[in-house]
Design a protein around this ligand. Structure first.
Ligand code: KIV
Ligand code: ZN
Length: 561
């Protein structure tokens, strides 16, 4: 960036609040939440939602637990008006949910908004007016005085029209648009005038002042300062809710919202996955995830986040970024070996976290339990050329039930890494299993086992007569030998044709599957004269046969080296 370009910009004036309290506070409870997906979110979609999609989205928001849902800008389009009417007339609004409709402070738009609210049980009329000098001078050509007059007139009209629906609980929200670019004393004056004009706010039915960081013009600490100042200076703090509405233009909407909650705000407006104008509104999934990770109950249900994400992606036609906190495909995934190793060990010992760290969840690289968001452990580790041996073993164990012994991990990791290097891409779980079968269970080589019969000696049952039917380098052959067990007898058979002089180390076995499908898996290390140890793996319904197959697999592997 050239000096000339940088000189175009100016730091927003600091907020004068030397005794600010928010930096010393902690978040201990959840704010109230308001979804603006169907208004701020929808108005910024390349293809706005149709009525069916909007209804499905609305129901999803209700299921998650939102009690305030901005559903439309009813006066802006016939679609928005009709949708508001549909929700009311068809009885889609749960009793404890307030739907909200946005309007500018203009008489005919207000009239239309209240018309859309006819017969509603509970609703919030949300009026906004830009209070920044920039907007007032460049866009609306209004003085500050004219803006106040316009707002006061609008609030009076809303108050009177709402009063004409005595059976409805109609509340009021006011947003000074571009709050963070507005002169604080002026906004305060506007908001005091709004409060006075509304005239009926109580602690039980508070007026909502939604103070937007419309274009995130300031850093999060400035926003927090402006919120703390508002909370301290507003005359009737106990009769209002201070609401946050941050956009993400500088990528700090979550930080700005969190700091401003410390500063005293009560409520947060935002969208699922950060949909919304330009870079979007604050992502409420991230906000909620952060709170869950600190032990705060948000009363929002994201326990099946994948389903919510899939629904929203389908309805909006917009993908969620791979690295979007909590909801992105890769956010609980480790590709690199050292992370995989740490996660694998941490997951294996996660039951000891409470005793060791005084908290029931503490796992390296996972600040929250993916299962709390309905996300699976299988995706925690994915395999590419950066992955380590432990990661490959994890995938085989999690997805295929194979308990590959630790001593075999280096050989396994190196083999799979060679494949992913060559492929130059991530290997999925099925591909990893395919490599395992090809390289460790059924490697091609000089030997093929056709059958093996071990029979105990009639007089001395500890002596086993082995008869092995093999194909050796394409030629069928039958070998017989005795041993002190079926495997020993087989080793004596194979030594008649194999010259490698291998030694058998202690081997591991496991059962996979249940009932008729149960199989034994044997992981057999063979040591050769040059010190090389090669693991062969055998799979069979019988454990001895599995071990014999593993020996053949190990010898075939060795023959390739
Ligand atoms: O970002 C904003 O300022 C708004 C207002 C209309 C609340 O969306
Ligand atoms: Zn907005």
């Amino acid at each position: 960036m050239s000096e000339k370009n940088v000189a175009k910009y100016r730091v927003p004036a600091k907020i004068d609040l030397p005794d600010r309290q928010w930096p010393g506070r902690e978040l201990t409870s959840s704010p109230q939440w308001c979804s603006v997906d169907l208004r701020d979110g929808n108005q910024a979609l390349p293809n706005p939602l149709g009525p069916d999609a909007k209804l499905e989205y609305f129901k999803l928001l209700c299921d998650i637990g939102f009690k305030n849902i901005e559903v439309a800008f009813p006066s802006a389009s016939q679609d928005d008006f009709a949708f508001t009417r549909q929700l009311i007339e068809e009885g889609h609004i749960p009793d404890d949910v307030f739907i909200m409709g946005l309007t500018q402070c203009r008489p005919h738009l207000i009239e239309r908004t209240l018309e859309a609210f006819a017969g509603i049980k509970r609703g919030i009329v949300h009026a906004y007016a830009a209070t920044s000098d920039l907007h007032m001078k460049q866009v609306f050509h209004l003085s500050r005085q004219q803006t106040i007059e316009m707002v006061v007139k609008a609030v009076g009209q809303i108050r009177d029209l709402a009063a004409a629906q005595p059976d409805s609980d109609i509340r009021f929200e006011f947003s000074p648009e571009e709050y963070t670019d507005s002169d604080f004393e002026f906004v305060l004056e506007v908001c005091e005038a709004v409060f006075e004009t509304w005239g009926k706010a109580t602690a039980d039915k508070p007026l909502i002042f939604n103070l937007p960081a419309t274009v995130e013009r300031r850093p999060p600490n400035h926003y927090a300062d402006m919120i703390e100042l508002f909370c301290r200076r507003f005359s009737q703090r106990d009769k209002i809710l201070v609401s946050l509405h941050s956009h993400n233009d500088q990528g700090m909407a979550v930080a700005a919202t969190e700091l401003s909650l410390l500063a005293g705000a009560d409520r947060v407006e935002g969208t699922l996955f950060g949909h919304g104008e330009r870079t979007g509104n604050v992502d409420l999934v991230t906000m909620a995830g952060n709170m869950i990770s600190r032990g705060i109950d948000t009363h929002l249900d994201f326990s099946d986040l994948d389903r919510i994400a899939n629904t929203v992606q389908r309805l909006t036609g917009m993908d969620i970024y791979y690295r979007q906190p909590y909801s992105g495909e890769y956010v609980f995934t480790a590709f690199s070996g050292s992370h995989q190793d740490a996660i694998r060990k941490g997951m294996a010992q996660r039951d000891t976290a409470a005793e060791k760290f005084g908290t029931s969840w503490k796992v390296p690289y996972l600040h929250i339990d993916p299962a709390d968001l309905g996300r699976k452990y299988e995706g925690l580790i994915r395999i590419n050329s950066q992955s380590g041996k432990g990661g490959v073993a994890w995938v085989l164990e999690q997805d295929h039930g194979l308990a590959v012994p630790k001593e075999m991990h280096p050989q396994l990791g190196a083999t799979v890494q060679k494949y992913s290097d060559e492929a130059g891409k991530e290997l999925n779980s099925a591909e990893v299993m395919d490599i395992f079968e090809r390289e460790f269970i059924n490697p091609t080589g000089p030997y093929k086992l056709l059958n093996y019969w071990p029979r105990p000696d009639e007089k001395n049952p500890t002596n086993i007569h082995g008869e092995a039917w093999l194909e050796v380098r394409g030629e069928k052959t039958t070998l017989t030998a005795d041993g002190n067990g079926p495997i020993d007898a087989f080793v004596h058979c194979i030594r008649q044709v194999d010259t490698t002089n291998f030694r058998l180390h202690d081997y591991h076995e496991q059962a996979v599957g249940k009932g008729a499908d149960a199989r034994a898996i044997a992981y057999v290390p063979l040591e050769f004269d040059d010190g090389q140890i090669v693991f062969g793996v055998g799979s069979d319904t019988n454990i001895d046969q599995a071990a014999i197959r593993a020996i053949i697999a190990g010898l075939n592997q060795r023959a390739k080296r």
